[in-house]
Write a protein that binds this ligand. Structure first.
Ligand code: GLA
Length: 737
């Protein structure tokens, strides 16, 4: 049993293999949060101080017991209106305009298996792998009932949370905020690690003190965004990759989100995660309910690497689905950086022919194959094949590519429309726009209102006509702007605040329909690279194009940041041409391949145009990837250097779960003459064991590798042994002897 109710102590305890999470039904039914940390037996509510604090009010039913206050207690689901002045998870407006309610415990149920959320992505598990707790809170007078759902997966040390809000009264009410989870930590000087960035520079780790203030991380863009990731970590100041406590929260949702992290006047740290309350105003008629999406929660006592590994395993095996979940993905070549939209059928076939020659397994045709799409000003919304440009139908093109022994993949961007398109000319009202206001354009395109099922269906019907014809093995589903002008004439005045949430559900429905229709399809997500890289998307696509920045050195930083919350095998990563189109940097093709192997691995260039020497390396790279993919994609991942601080070299390693083998990856970031000695400290090897490098035959002690490190390999020159130049990559295999 993972979930226990202690009737005497009024505690509900969620146990995983190494952690305990506990709540307590407190005075008057306030649901208190007592503990989240390493396994602990008994009632942890001794941690909660009962003190009368000035200006922290008391619930009416507490009488004159002034030590009882929602403002000072750690709470499971803080709401606005009960005297808690900190950031709340829940806020409602009654039909008379009054804001506020007071949620109290009603009952709870413990159920076998893991709950699911209709229409929303969520962790799934075998019935014996998980248990569910449903705690019902209510404010009878306000007419609202909140079901807090907890999924417990003990073997993974994972807890999930979600909330369902029901109008249980007889008057309409409106949700102003309905977050999915809150975590209060009474003790500990927690710091916040969040992942911020920009287009072509996603998910840079930022570690910051919290202090007595609120820090707001989030997106108002209708997508999870390039700018902030819906994944955060709380860590103690002395927590490192390999030691110290940390808590991770990952939002299984792809739309606007908010994460409010604060420290209150008495030192309690609170993290609230959920849907972005701005542009959210969700009316509920009596009997109607709203489902807040899921949050993943994990606690590690052993540092950030272990925390990441919990999220990696959870996402890889309990979020990602379908036949491609555990299979090696085909090594693909995408034409985007080779041609942009300036191609014809012959050009694509010539790129495919060389790719096939060199061992690539799939050719992906990117943007520009449909409607009047020859640049990014026209054509989106018209999903009819430009046969003139291709010189044949899409089915024929796919056949020709398959005849080369390649699989075939295709790019789509279903949520978008150009004003210069037949679709827009016929249905201008299908785009999100405010009547009378000139819309904000992004990449000269507008956004279709995917909150309306009939629009989702119309686009779906168009696109599947093409897909039915060419039966792609892979689809890259893109999304290239942020949402503004979020208004739809199809909804009432009161319902405009539902659109963003319903839009995200519309996107999910579109992807689910694709997967239902083509069960073997490999779907890759994309939003101008990694602008919608989140656990929600990964329920539908087991991989997401990690960034439009394909420069290998920049990619190390982007993939390093992404690795805190997401598995290596979900990160779309390709070898591209040099000098890089964006960073103007030149790295050897070997280095570009080593970095792409810390991702899905593929190519994004015309292989006809590389040097003969590079051409010889491509089949070797593909063979190396095939040989190592199990370790690369299923091994435990360790970040060995902090690439934000260490500007000399970046290093990471993958270690088989049983410790039998490992792959150490090193990329030098700078070079200097007569350089000081450099060592890379390994991690995750079996202590006391020995490991052999099959290439050199050398045997290393794991203890020495993990305490002193591996010397940076040297080059033999006529001047003696020298350190490698900048941007040199090494992969060192280690096999346990
Ligand atoms: C986005 C994607 C790119 C490419 C282009 C096509 O920017 O991230 O990979 O597909 O769109 O327009």
């Amino acid at each position: 049993m993972a979930i226990y109710y202690d009737k005497e102590q009024c505690t509900i305890t969620l146990d995983t293999q190494h952690t305990t999470y506990q709540m307590k039904i407190g005075p008057g039914g306030l649901l208190l949060h007592t503990y989240y940390g390493p396994t602990a037996e008994g009632d942890q509510s001794y941690l909660i101080p009962y003190r009368d604090r000035g200006f922290s009010g008391n619930p009416y039913d507490a009488g004159n017991q002034r030590a009882i206050s929602a403002d000072t207690f750690p709470l499971e689901y803080p709401c606005e209106g009960n005297g808690d002045f900190r950031a709340s998870a829940f806020s409602l407006r009654r039909c008379n305009g009054a804001v506020g309610c007071d949620l109290r415990y009603q009952e709870h149920r413990i159920l076998p298996g893991k709950y699911s959320l209709p229409g929303l992505p969520a962790v799934y598990a075998q019935e014996e792998e998980a248990q569910t707790l449903v705690v019902t809170l209510a404010d009878r007078e306000a007419g609202v009932t909140v079901e807090l759902r907890y999924g417990v997966l003990p073997g993974l040390d994972l807890i999930t949370r979600a909330a369902r809000i029901l109008n249980s009264g007889d008057a309409p009410l409106t949700l102003q905020n309905a977050a999915s989870a809150a975590v209060d930590q009474l003790a500990g000087d927690w710091e916040l690690i969040h992942f911020s960035g920009r287009h072509a520079g996603e998910r840079t780790p930022c570690r910051t003190e919290i202090g007595q203030r609120e820090i707001l991380i989030g997106s108002r863009r209708g997508t999870s965004s390039h700018q902030q990731s819906p994944f955060v970590i709380l860590a103690q100041p002395d927590t490192t990759e390999l030691s110290g406590p940390c808590i991770g929260m990952s939002f299984v949702y792809s739309g606007s989100f908010a994460c409010n992290v604060s420290r209150d006047q008495f030192g309690t740290t609170r993290a609230v995660m959920g849907i972005q309350p701005e542009h959210f105003d969700y009316p509920l008629q009596p009997g109607e309910a709203f489902q807040a999406p899921e949050v993943l929660l994990a606690y590690s006592a052993d540092g950030l690497a272990h925390l990441s590994q919990i999220f990696h395993k959870t996402i890889a095996r309990h979020i990602c689905r379908g036949p491609w979940r555990d299979r090696r993905r085909p090594v693909l070549l995408n034409n985007w950086e080779a041609t942009g939209m300036d191609f014809d059928g012959e050009k694509i076939l010539s790129i495919a022919r060389k790719a096939a020659d060199l061992g690539v397994e799939m050719m992906v045709l990117d943007d520009g194959w449909f409607g009047a799409r020859n640049d990014d000003n026209a054509g989106l919304g018209d999903w009819t094949v430009n046969t003139q440009k291709l010189g044949c139908s899409m089915g024929q093109l796919a056949d020709k590519i398959r005849a080369m022994g390649l699989k075939f993949g295709l790019w789509i961007e279903p949520e978008m429309v150009n004003e210069d398109s037949d679709l827009y000319r016929a249905h201008p009202d299908w785009a999100l726009q405010i009547p009378g206001k000139r819309p904000v354009r992004g990449r000269n395109q507008l956004v279709l209102d995917f909150s309306r099922p009939e629009i989702v269906d119309a686009i779906f019907d168009q696109i599947v006509q093409v897909l039915d014809e060419c039966r792609p093995d892979y689809v890259k589903m893109d999304m290239n702007r942020s949402l503004v002008d979020v208004y739809t004439a199809a909804a009432s005045y009161q319902s405009q605040g539902k659109i963003l949430y319903e839009y995200t559900k519309g996107v999910y429905r579109f992807m689910q329909q694709l997967l239902d229709r083509y069960p073997d399809l490999l779907l890759e997500g994309c939003s101008g690279g990694g602008g919608r890289f989140d656990a929600g998307m990964l329920y539908y696509c087991p991989q997401i194009w990690c960034s439009d920045n394909t420069d290998a050195i920049d990619r190390i930083r982007i993939q390093f940041g992404t690795s805190f919350g997401y598995p290596i095998r979900t990160m779309g990563a390709h070898v591209s041409a040099v000098p890089n189109h964006d960073a103007h940097r030149t790295e050897p093709i070997h280095t570009r391949a080593v970095v792409a192997m810390a991702g899905t691995f593929g190519y994004e260039l015309d292989l006809n145009l590389i040097s003969e020497e590079e051409k010889q390396q491509v089949p070797q790279q593909i063979a190396a990837f095939k040989q190592d993919w199990d370790l690369l994609h299923n091994g435990l991942f360790y970040r060995l250097t902090d690439v934000m601080k260490n500007r000399k070299e970046a290093a990471w390693m993958m270690v088989a779960e049983d410790g039998s083998q490992a792959l150490l990856n090193i990329v030098t970031l700078d070079a200097t003459g007569n350089s000081p000695n450099r060592f890379i400290r390994c991690a995750g090897l079996v202590p006391g064991a020995n490991y052999r490098d099959p290439e050199s035959g050398r045997v290393y002690s794991a203890n020495a590798l993990m305490s002193q490190g591996m010397p940076l390999p040297l080059y033999h020159t006529r001047y003696g042994d020298v350190a490698p130049g900048e941007y040199t990559a090494f992969q060192i295999h280690l096999q346990r002897v």
